[in-house]
Design a binder for this molecule. Structure first.
Ligand SMILES: *Cc1c(COP(=O)(O)O)cnc(C)c1O
Length: 454
């Protein structure tokens, strides 16, 4: 896809549409002359050089990558009109696109009924799910694993609900025994399960947790902000295939969140929340004297906590899904490549005397640490931190990230490492770009070399 060509076509298409409304004079207060713009633009693009190369295969740090060109063209084209998906009168075309992409996401998770919408982020999407959880079980708390995203604890405070962190096992998944003990107290109304933790990509045993929650009359929300699209690999052939059970069980959960701006090839500003029971729309009811003129249908703003929201986000996702739909052969093929890369790198680390796996990757996040003699948490921490910095600053750069593991979590996985500190940073690489598949050998060799320096 030639981005330059299609951005030109985008401007043209919108101009053609605008021309159908008759001419008018732009106001002189908005006039900017080309020379002044050129100067500002030069400074602007110069400043943008202060960035990490998120697009490049040597960037294997955080959950960052540029959007697909189809998403860029979709976003910028719609942005020239700037519809607001708060209401159908703010952007009829993009509101319909939003309904269609949300229906595709619901189908991807196997929901037979749904109420849902896009949000600005996974944070807001989860907040909405927890808000509905509170309305349905007033006075009861919310449980989530210790490795769940920190937003859950924080949003419980925002909502005035008691949050209950539940211990994790030695693979970073919620401990069902501990969860059951907590549910027996009757203090919990909703449990949050994570399908792909942000740190390690661990998938909670959703299929076992759902019947447990049901026995105690507890609702289940799935935070699949990071991992949601991996459901496309459930039961797939080949090394990238994932076990079916936890992913299929999402269809039986009450709500689910997924971030198209993480694994859906979208620019930031695109999360999504889906409820299985459309009846929860009643909790959002409000009267607005300003909006909702043009239809009796429920407007998107009537089923979301956010008011104004970029119609361009829905446009970008809609156009992307026309080309790379949320199916095993569409977007699934993109995720499969990253997952194969993670498994390949894990095998290389297994055979290395410079590196050790922190734990085997469940999705596409590889966690590992330098082999140090004698092995202690403080030494692992120091060398991990040095490798991170040296990797970014030297020649032939490689961009990693670190993850802080506390003492208990670390020694549960690696009892032989002396626990001389209350935790250690380990190295972490998110292989979310399919190009990673052809670079793991190089990345591995480079990281080994960094460990051995000095
Ligand atoms: C990223 C993430 C969030 C927060 O989503 P944002 O889009 O960053 O606001 C919540 N939960 C999980 C599991 C995540 O990975």
């Amino acid at each position: 896809m030639d981005l330059e060509h299609w951005l030109g076509r985008a401007t043209h298409a919108i101009e053609q549409w605008a021309d159908t409304f008759g001419p008018y004079e732009p106001h002189p207060s908005l006039h900017v002359d080309e020379d002044r713009f050129a100067a500002a633009f030069a400074e602007f693009t110069g400043r943008l050089r202060d960035n990490y190369p998120f697009f490049h295969p040597t960037y294997v740090g955080q959950m960052l990558k540029p959007p697909h060109p189809a998403a860029v063209v979709g976003y910028l084209t719609a942005m020239l009109i700037n519809p607001n998906n708060h209401a159908l009168d703010g952007g009829p075309a993009t509101a319909r696109m939003e309904r269609e992409v949300v229906a595709r996401l619901a189908a991807m998770f196997g929901y037979d009924t749904h109420l849902g919408h896009l949000t600005t982020s996974g944070t807001i999407a989860n907040l909405e799910a927890l808000f509905v959880a509170r309305e349905l079980h007033p006075g009861r708390g919310i449980a989530y694993s210790q490795d769940a995203h920190y937003t859950h604890g924080r949003m419980c405070r925002v909502l005035g609900v008691e949050g209950h962190p539940v211990p994790t096992d030695d693979r970073g998944r919620i401990d069902l025994g501990a969860l059951e003990d907590l549910l027996r107290t009757g203090r919990v109304g909703t449990v949050v399960l994570t399908a792909g933790t942000t740190g390690l990509g661990a998938v909670d045993p959703i299929h076992d947790a759902v019947p447990l929650a049901r026995r105690h009359g507890v609702r289940v929300h799935v935070d699949a902000a990071y991992g949601g699209f991996f459901t496309l690999l459930a039961g797939a052939d080949g090394p990238a295939g994932l076990p079916v059970e936890p992913w299929r069980a999402i269809s039986r959960c009450d709500s689910v969140v997924v971030d198209p701006h993480k694994h859906g090839l979208q620019p930031y500003g695109c999360g999504a929340v889906l409820f299985r029971d459309p009846g929860v729309g009643r909790f959002y009811l409000h009267d607005s004297p300003y909006t909702y003129f043009t239809s009796d249908e429920l407007h998107l703003g009537e089923i979301s906590l956010e008011c104004s929201r970029a119609g361009a986000s829905a446009a970008a996702l809609w156009l992307t899904f026309q080309l790379l739909p949320p199916t095993p052969d569409g977007l699934g093929a993109v995720l499969a490549a990253g997952r194969r890369a993670a498994l390949r790198w894990a095998d290389l680390i297994d055979g290395s005397d410079a590196l050790e796996l922190y734990q085997r990757p469940e999705l596409d996040i590889v966690s590992y640490f330098p082999t140090v003699e004698p092995a202690s948490l403080s030494a692992v921490d120091a060398v991990s931190a040095r490798v991170l910095t040296d990797g970014m600053t030297g020649p032939d750069p490689v961009f990693l990230s670190t993850l802080r593991a506390d003492r208990e979590a670390f020694t549960a996985r690696h009892p032989k490492v002396a626990a001389d500190a209350d935790g250690a940073r380990v190295l972490r690489s998110v292989l979310m770009k399919p190009e990673a598949e052809h670079h793991v050998e190089h990345l591995h060799a480079r990281v080994e070399q960094l460990v051995r320096q000095r």
